[in-house]
Structures are given as structure tokens and as C-alpha cells.
Ligand binder design. Structure first.
Ligand SMILES: Nc1ncnc2c1ncn2[C@@H]1O[C@H](COP(=O)(O)OP(=O)(O)OP(=O)(O)O)[C@@H](O)[C@H]1O
Length: 868
């Protein structure tokens, strides 16, 4: 067998160490993939598969992507869950002796993306690490593009459920798991179906306590590490994550210089179904942002603010103090419109400082990005000044945290060109006047350039060739070009280098000497520029703590301003948030439906819920009356209040709830083999298992997915469980079409009936959208069906059947069986037909048709026709 070429040998050595990644092997201006990687990439990225001679009989399958547009290709692979190992030349090809050295500079995995083009600017890109031992789970979430790291410990009952709820609230793209977590048999399916994240199994050694503790010590301040070092599972989770980042990122992960330990009881619990049902970040129907709560609330001006707003929305608080702090800051902004609008304006154009800093710390930010950072700092002094006038404690803290960073701004501004090129190795980065030495080298370079022009002139005169010019190419540098018609005038000392169709190119000793000076000056100047640029980049990186603190403050201010703008534009009110267990709302509205309604205005409604005589509200009323809207608006208002936001109501008192659970709408999960009813019952089971008396439950038409009697029985049993203080005793809104359930008001403590009023005139109904005490008198299903355009025949027939069913003569089943399968109209027509056909038969019996004359036959036919 023939020997592999040296380059392919090098390829195989590198590939051997990165078997589970697609290897992007840098060759010139391309990243090439070979063998199975090439086949996979060609399939996934629609690339043409070619072959490369590799010293063997068979050519190596190969495909490539251009270096300059590689991001979009990598993004597509990473989004599909693949890892991409980037292999670069690690020495200057010009200085290499033999084959250029190459090595992996970074492995990009779904959870370790930092490239802005591959990230959603308004969403964190988390990688998570979960390790379980001793019935405890250590869990961490890290966004390496911003340097944020959140860690927690989960203990107690239902660890898998708790873990899933935590994973849902951070939505990581990649999850490292190990220890006893492998026993959670349904977890992989959950991760695949609900999170679409990729999973990496790590070994117990990788989660080993002492290795992990060392990894933490290398990364964080001693005091920080000491504060959690007894939480072994937590240490294992963070340590294994750091080691994974070290292996994949190789450099730059030092950006993660601190962490935040959170307690899962710090935040309201929202499970997967509730997040989906309340349409927090996208709608259920179209999976679109428009129509979701975030769409309404997000008026942020910066990417940092966008991400933080999303975080607040996905993590409503339980701590009243923190909620009140946010509220007071929003109140400051709501009350001072002029100031608020000025702040809003000064936030516009502030770049993503958090993600820029990551690139700077990684050492791969270019001069343009440094300029963007400088631009982001421009308004800081003004913003600090604007908010210093406010009184609330959060505003005071933000004023303190915002560092105007004038020194860094000035450093970048005086050093870096306004519009530098993307490349940092080809000059044009540093402003004239910033560095004397650089200016001197540059002037040498420029003088040399004018010397070239002088040479051209001199040679023209000396040789008498008018069409002579000095040019440059990459192959043999500076040359003199003479058109063919003057070839005979070329002096002897010219050395011919190239012949083209119309001209010849020459070099001279004088030109080569000058070239040495020019290129030397150019190289030196570019080298100096890069060194100065890199130094500035390092200075900025060394100020990470100051810059990061400012970025966080700007993000917080942006979120507060966004919420204040929404509150002011939509006439929201500041809710009174307390521990009262009450939810009292006056004139409350559904924030999103209200914003989307174009015709008639939204009809506001009141709400009274508490843990006493108003625990459960049974809501009846016709279809389309607004039951679901009403229930969701209560849940959304509670959630908004616990985010710290103002709410759409004229008055609101919110006793904090520990969780919101919802069971709404019909959905099936055919992929996991579950019918609509199974999904519904699973969700109900989950709610009754996890809810506490401090939870808020939204139960919309429980039991509708099965037969009437079974459904009604289940609905009543759930209602009894929820309402009964000895069992659950939680606050709940319970919408149902089973009017029979309204009797529960008399049978159970704490249950109240409400209905959404409609006005009926003849066959037509008008929706009033007002919630009023008492059960609904009728369900008006048929009237709504008529509104929906069901044909008259079906409507009439349905009314007939309903009349029989509600006549109350016998039990429903018997009555239903006794109803004729024809409508009364059908029966009438059948009777008529019967009579006519009898008359015709009688008539025909009375005549002998064989003896009729043609005229008599015609008359008979005429007579028969009239009978029918
Ligand atoms: N308070 C309101 N003011 C104005 N329009 C409303 C109000 N409540 C609901 N609506 C409108 O009525 C539509 C139907 O409301 P919703 O889906 O809540 O009815 P429903 O009673 O739950 O119906 P069903 O029993 O068929 O599920 C909503 O899409 C909304 O546009």
C-alpha cells in the first residue's frame, strides 16, 4: 500500500484526537473536510463532494467551505447537534520548515458558541452540567458568550421532575450529564423532545470531586470557591463543566470569572406546559414571537437588555423585597416621562458589551469590534447622569454600578481608526499621531512609495519608453512593465521575469533594493500596528470586571425602561405585591389580547381569589365568551407582577404564588404515542402532584377529552381535591361546560360560581365579555356553532335533538337512543311521499293501461304527476 502524504498523516493524527467532531482542516483560504466528515458535511450542507490525492490509490472524499464564510456552515452543523473542531495553521507558513504545523484551536459545540452571527442576540446560549449522587443534583448553566454562570443544588422528592423544570427554565443547547442521572430513563426523551438539546455523557472520573474542586480553584476567587465547597454535587457539576470548556475552548474560558448560586425556591415554578400555554415567548398556534408576552413587553434597546428581560420573564421572583425594588425603579421611570424618553434614546445603539467582551478576552475581537465597544461607552456618562436623579434603591445602585469608562473610551477613540478594516494583520488600524515610532515607520513606507513613482519617471526618461510603468504582484514583487512595441528599447540591465500577450515584465537591482525597503517598512508597520492593537485589546480585557458591572447595569436599566414604557403606553398599574395569598384585580385585561384587538376595545374584568372563601372560581359561559382569555389574563398578571412589572388593571393586589400551573386547550403528543386525552390526564396528574396551597391553578375544561359522564366525574373529583383545604386548598380558576358542577358552590367551602355574560335575542347571541357571579343559564353551543357558519339544516336538527334530550322524560342515554334518526322535516317529507305513492298505486289499480288510447294515456300521466 502506498504511503499517505505527510499532510494527510497530519490530518489523521489530529482527527484521531477529535473523533466525535467534524474536523474543519484549514488549507489556504478554505476549511476542508475529508472522508466521513466530508460525506456528512456534503449531505448536511449541500456541498459538492470531490476527491483529493492523498498518496493512496483511492482519492480521499473531500469538501470544503471558504474561510471567510465558514460561520454560517458551522452554525448549521452545530444547530443540528454536531461538534465542529477547527484546525488552524499554528505557525507562519513562510517560516515553516517543511509541513506547516497545525492544531485544533477550538471545538465548537451547541452549547459553546460565541460567534455573534451564530447566536440569537436576545437569548442566552446555555451549556448545562448536571451531576447526581446521594440523592442530590448539582446543576449549572453557563453562557460562555456572556460569561454568566448560574449554579444550584436540587434535593428532596421527584428529582427528575425538578431537574426537568430547571432545565426548561434555562433552555440549554447542550447538557453534560453523569452520576445517578443515568437512571432517569425518560430524561433523554424529554431533552430531545422539549429542549432539542444535545447530550454529552461524562464519566464519573470527570465528575470526581477533587479534580472538580481544583478546576474551580483555578478559575475563581478562593472565597467564592470556599462558599460552595461543601456542596459536593454542585462542585462536581461546575468542575466538570469547566474541564469540558478547557478541552473544547482551549483559551478564553477565563472569561467566566464568577458565578451566582441560586436557590430554586427563589423563583416561581413554571413547568413546560405552563410556559407553553401562557405563550410566554411564542404562540402555541404558530410558534411565533408576535402574540407572546415577550413580544409585548420587549421594548428594550440593547441585546443585553433583551436577554435579561427574557430571563426575568422566565424567572418570576418570590422575594417580595426584590420585586418591590424593581417596581420602585419602574415607578421612577413611569412618573418622569421626559427623563424616561431621554434614557430610552440614549440606550439606542449601545452594542452588546457582554458578548464583545467575550471576544476581547478570547483575543479574537477585531478593530471594528473594539470601535463598537467604544461607541457603546459613548453615552455612559449621560446615562449615569440621567438616572442619578432618581431615588429608588435599585436606581441608586445602577447609578453606582455604571462606570462611565471614560479612560477606556478615550484609549480606543484616540488609538483606533474610525472605520478600521476587518483584518487585524494588514494595517489601517491605528490612528496617525497615536504612536510616534509607528508614524516614523509609516512615513518611511510612504516615502518609499513616492520613490517608486520617481523610478518610473526616471526609467521612462532614460529609456525613452513612454509606455513603461512600475507595478506589483505577489509572485515576484515590484516590476517594470514594457509594452511589446518598445521591447527593443529595453536596457540590458533589465532582467526579464514574465511575458504576457501585450507586454513583458522586468526587474532591476535598483527596484529590488527599494522593494526591500518598502516591504520591510510595510511589514514593520503592520506588525507594529497589530502589536499596539493587541496591547489595547489586552488593556480592555484587563478591565473586564468594571466593564461587566457596567454592562449588567445597562441591561437592567434597559429592562426597567422597557417595562416602564410598556406600562405607560398601556396604562398599567403598580400592583401591591405581598404575602396576603390574595389575588384581587379591578378592571384587569389580558395584556396581549388587548394589544392585538383592532376593533372593539377589550372589556376589563375583576378577579377575587384568596386562600379562604374565594379559593376556587368555577367559570361557566358559552364558547367564545372569553373564559380562557380571562383565566390566562389572571395568570399573566400574577406572573408580570412577580417579575416586578406593572400590570394591566386599575387596581391589583397580588399575594405571591409559588407556582402557576395550567391545563388548557387540546394538544396531543403523537410522537410519544399519547392521545389528546392521555396528554390532558398526564398534565392534570402533574399538577395535582406538584401544586401546593400557594399555587395558582388554571384548569380549562378538565375532562372534555372523554365521554360526558367520565369527563364530568373526573372534573368533579379534581375540583374537590383542589378546593378541599385538607387536600390541596389552592387558588384555582376552573372553566367548564359541565354546568352540573356549579352545584359545588353549595357543597364545598371556598368555591364560587362565575359566568361570562351574553345577551340573547331570538336565535342570536351577543358576547358581553363581563364576568358576573353565578353559574351560566345556558351553554349556547348551538348558537355559537351557527355564528361559526354551520349549515342551517344541522343547526335546526341539533336544536331538535337538544330539545328531546332536555325534556327530562327519561335518562339521557335512553332518550338519545329513542330519538328518530330523521329530523321532523325529514319525517314530514317521507309521510308526504308515502301518501303520494299510495294514491298512485290505487289509481293504477283502477285502470287497465293496456286499453288506453294515446290521449287517455297522456291525461293519466298528467293526473299521476299532479299526485306526486
Ligand atoms: N374581555 C374581552 N374583551 C374583548 N374581547 C375578548 C375578551 N375576552 C375574550 N375576548 C375575545 O373572545 C375570543 C374568545 O375568547 P376565549 O377563547 O377566551 O373564549 P372561551 O370562552 O374560552 O371559548 P371556548 O369555551 O370555546 O374555549 C378571544 O379570542 C378574544 O378575541
Amino acid at each position: 500500500m502506498a504511503e499517505l502524504s505527510p499532510m494527510m498523516k497530519q490530518y489523521f493524527e489530529i482527527k484521531e484526537k477529535n473523533k466525535d467532531s467534524i474536523l474543519f482542516f484549514r488549507l489556504g483560504d478554505f476549511y476542508e473536510m475529508f472522508f466521513d466528515d466530508a460525506k456528512l458535511a456534503s449531505r448536511e450542507l449541500d456541498l459538492t463532494l470531490t476527491g483529493r490525492d492523498c498518496g493512496q490509490k483511492e482519492r480521499a472524499p473531500m469538501c470544503g467551505v471558504p474561510f471567510h464564510s465558514c460561520e454560517s456552515y458551522i452554525a448549521r452543523l452545530v444547530q443540528k447537534g454536531y461538534k465542529v473542531a477547527i484546525c488552524e495553521q499554528t505557525e507562519d507558513p513562510a517560516k515553516a520548515k517543511g509541513l506547516v504545523k497545525r492544531d485544533i484551536i477550538r471545538v465548537i459545540t451547541p452549547g459553546t458558541v460565541i460567534e455573534s452571527g451564530m447566536l440569537d442576540e436576545g437569548k442566552n446560549n446555555f451549556i448545562s452540567s448536571a451531576f447526581m449522587a446521594n440523592k442530590k443534583i448539582g446543576l449549572s448553566f453557563c453562557d460562555i458568550s456572556t460569561g454568566e454562570l448560574f449554579i444550584t443544588e436540587i434535593s428532596g422528592e421527584d428529582l427528575q421532575d425538578q431537574l426537568q423544570d430547571q432545565l426548561i427554565s434555562y433552555n440549554p443547547r447542550e447538557i453534560l450529564i453523569g452520576g445517578e442521572i443515568v437512571n432517569f430513563k425518560t430524561l433523554p426523551n424529554f431533552i430531545k423532545e422539549k429542549l432539542s438539546a444535545s447530550v454529552e455523557m461524562l464519566t464519573d472520573d470527570e465528575f470526581g470531586y477533587s479534580i472538580c474542586l481544583d478546576a474551580m480553584k483555578n478559575q475563581f476567587k478562593e472565597n467564592d470557591v470556599n462558599s460552595i465547597k461543601d456542596k459536593k454535587e454542585m462542585v462536581s457539576s461546575v468542575g466538570a463543566l469547566l474541564s469540558y470548556l478547557k478541552v473544547t475552548q482551549i483559551t478564553g474560558y477565563e472569561r467566566i470569572n464568577t458565578f451566582e448560586v441560586y436557590n430554586e425556591n427563589q423563583y416561581m415554578n413554571l413547568d413546560y406546559n405552563t410556559r407553553r400555554n401562557l405563550e410566554l415567548t411564542r404562540t402555541m398556534m404558530n410558534k411565533e414571537k408576535k402574540g407572546s408576552l415577550i413580544w409585548l413587553l420587549d421594548k428594550t434597546k440593547t441585546a443585553m437588555g433583551k436577554r435579561l428581560l427574557r430571563y426575568w420573564l422566565e424567572h418570576p421572583l418570590l422575594n417580595i423585597g426584590t420585586i418591590l425594588n424593581r417596581q420602585s425603579a419602574i415607578a421612577d421611570l413611569v412618573d418622569d416621562t421626559v427623563q424616561r424618553l431621554e434614557i430610552t434614546e440614549s440606550l439606542i445603539g449601545i452594542f452588546d458589551i457582554e458578548r464583545l467582551m467575550t471576544k476581547i478576552v478570547y483575543g479574537n475581537a477585531n478593530a471594528r469590534e473594539l470601535r463598537s465597544l467604544c461607541g457603546a461607552f459613548e453615552n455612559l456618562p449621560q446615562i449615569k447622569n440621567l438616572i442619578s436623579k432618581f431615588d429608588s434603591s435599585l436606581m441608586r445602585k445602577l447609578t453606582e454600578d455604571i462606570d462611565p469608562l471614560e479612560d477606556i473610551h478615550q484609549l480606543i477613540d484616540t488609538a483606533i481608526e474610525e472605520e478600521p478594516p476587518f483584518s487585524v494583520r494588514e494595517g489601517g488600524l491605528i490612528k496617525e499621531g497615536y504612536n510616534e515610532e509607528l508614524d516614523a515607520v509609516r512615513s518611511d513606507m510612504n516615502n518609499s512609495t513616492s520613490l517608486l513613482a520617481q523610478i518610473e519617471l526616471e526609467q521612462k526618461e532614460k529609456t525613452g519608453i513612454p509606455k513603461l510603468k512600475v507595478g506589483y504582484n505577489r509572485v515576484f514583487g515590484y516590476y517594470i512593465e514594457v509594452t511589446n512595441s518598445y521591447k527593443d528599447k529595453v536596457p540590458e540591465e533589465y532582467i526579464r521575469k514574465q511575458t504576457l500577450t501585450n507586454c513583458e515584465r522586468y526587474i532591476t537591482q535598483e527596484l529590488k533594493d527599494l522593494e526591500g525597503r518598502i516591504l520591510g517598512a510595510k511589514d514593520r508597520s503592520f506588525g507594529m500596528e497589530y502589536a499596539i492593537f493587541d496591547e489595547i485589546r489586552k488593556v480592555v480585557a484587563n478591565n473586564l470586571d468594571r466593564i461587566e458591572k457596567t454592562a449588567k447595569a445597562i441591561a437592567t436599566l434597559d429592562v426597567l425602561t422597557s417595562l416602564a414604557n410598556v406600562a405607560s403606553d398601556n396604562n398599567y398599574t403598580r400592583p401591591e405585591v405581598n404575602q396576603s395569598s390574595k389575588i384581587i384585580l379591578k378592571d384587569s385585561r389580558h395584556p396581549v389580547v388587548e394589544a392585538l384587538l383592532s376593533g372593539a376595545p377589550f372589556v376589563p374584568n375583576d378577579v377575587t381569589l384568596d386562600n379562604d372563601s374565594n379559593r376556587v372560581a368555577i367559570i361557566t359561559g358559552p364558547n367564545m365568551a372569553g373564559k380562557s382569555t380571562y383565566m390566562r389574563q389572571v395568570a399573566l398578571i400574577v406572573l408580570m407582577a412577580q417579575m416586578g412589572s406593572f400590570v394591566p388593571a386599575s387596581y391589583a393586589e397580588i399575594g405571591v404564588v409559588d407556582s402557576i400551573f395550567t391545563r388548557v386547550g387540546a394538544s396531543d403528543d403523537l410522537a410519544s404515542g399519547q392521545s389528546t386525552f392521555m396528554v390532558e390526564m398526564n398534565e392534570v396528574a402533574n399538577i395535582v402532584k406538584k401544586a401546593t396551597k400557594n399555587s395558582l391553578l388554571i384548569l380549562d375544561e378538565i375532562g372534555r377529552g372523554t365521554s360526558t359522564y367520565d369527563g364530568m366525574s373526573i372534573a368533579r373529583a379534581v375540583l374537590e381535591f383542589v378546593a378541599d383545604k385538607k387536600k390541596l386548598g389552592a387558588k384555582a380558576l376552573f372553566a367548564t361546560h359541565y354546568h352540573e358542577l356549579t352545584v359545588m358552590e353549595n357543597l364545598l367551602d371556598g368555591v364560587k360560581n362565575y359566568n361570562i355574560a351574553v345577551k340573547k335575542r331570538g336565535d342570536d347571541i351577543t358576547f358581553l365579555r363581563r364576568i358576573i357571579p353565578g353559574g351560566a343559564d345556558d351553554s349556547y353551543g348551538i348558537e355559537v356553532a351557527k355564528l361559526a357558519g354551520l349549515p342551517d339544516w344541522i343547526i335546526k336538527r341539533a336544536k331538535e335533538i337538544l330539545k328531546e334530550l332536555t325534556s327530562g322524560k327519561t335518562d339521557d342515554k335512553e332518550t338519545f337512543a329513542n330519538i328518530s334518526p330523521h329530523s321532523s322535516e325529514d319525517d314530514m317529507q317521507l309521510n308526504l311521499l308515502d301518501t303520494a305513492s299510495n294514491a298512485v298505486t290505487d289509481k293504477l289499480k283502477s285502470v287497465d293501461v293496456n286499453t288506453l288510447t294515446p290521449i287517455e294515456a297522456m291525461n293519466l300521466l298528467y293526473e299521476l304527476n299532479n299526485m306526486i
